[in-house]
Design a protein around this ligand. Structure first.
Ligand code: ATP
Length: 210
């Protein structure tokens, strides 16, 4: 089994590429979904967060007020680290449980963890390989605006809060260049998944040897 992170930057095509990997038979785990799951009301991470930040960060229905929390942690490193301390171990527990279940069914599977802020959180080393869905910054901005919900200024502001996509290139093992047609992107996904399958076979061979 090979466990691979798929990352990108705003509007670079990560979700599009994740769907293509799924079409090719990979198991895709959505990091953002797990991050929401572990902070549901009364779960251990939710309790730690409420103890630390106070009930002011709750909405009236008891769920976390994500934008209030984001505002606090965006401007305060100590708060951000506390939030990560409460959530990350639980997210990885959920991830590991999912991976275990997948491995029981298919020991040679390719697991893709769709992980938007992988490098920003410094977690690139936790995976066998890292794939980057890449387009240049200007295309990121154009596509994010075209998708409909952002103006140019807001798109630039959000991008400036992320590690530059060119820097992410140098931190990644595979780069899926998503500037051209979807067919072109799909061809690259197929090439990468062939290599990952080979890697899964080699890895299994190594673990059985000696
Ligand atoms: P974010 O992390 O900001 O949500 P993302 O990296 O997951 O974005 P997608 O949602 O996959 O990116 O793609 C961003 C936008 O670009 C979408 O509207 C998508 O339909 C479009 N898009 C993706 N790939 C291509 C492509 N090869 N050609 C044209 N448009 C594309």
């Amino acid at each position: 089994m090979v466990i691979v992170a798929l990352t990108g930057g705003m509007g670079s095509g990560k979700s599009t590429v994740a769907r293509m990997f799924k079409d090719e038979g990979a198991h895709v785990i959505d990091f953002d979904y797990l991050a929401r799951l572990v902070v549901e009301p009364d779960k251990p991470a939710w309790r730690d967060i409420v103890d630390y930040f106070g009930p002011e960060i709750l909405s009236s229905d008891g769920t976390l007020n994500r934008s209030a929390l984001a505002e606090i942690v965006f401007s305060d490193d100590k708060s951000r680290k506390a939030l990560e301390r409460f959530t990350h171990p639980r997210i990885f527990e959920e991830r590991d449980a999912l991976i275990k279940a997948i491995k029981r069914k298919d020991p040679f599977s390719i697991v893709i963890v769709d992980f938007p802020l992988l490098f920003e959180l410094g977690l690139g080393k936790m995976f066998d390989k890292v794939i980057l869905a890449y387009v240049p910054r200007a295309v990121q901005i154009r596509r994010a605006i075209k998708r409909g919900c952002l103006g140019k200024e807001e798109a630039e502001r959000r991008l400036n809060a992320q590690i530059a996509i060119e820097e992410k290139r140098s931190l990644s093992d595979y780069i899926i260049d998503n500037q051209a047609s979807l067919n072109d992107t799909r061809d690259q996904v197929r090439k990468v998944i062939r290599e990952l399958r080979q890697l899964a076979i080699n890895k299994e061979g190594e673990s059985n040897c000696c």
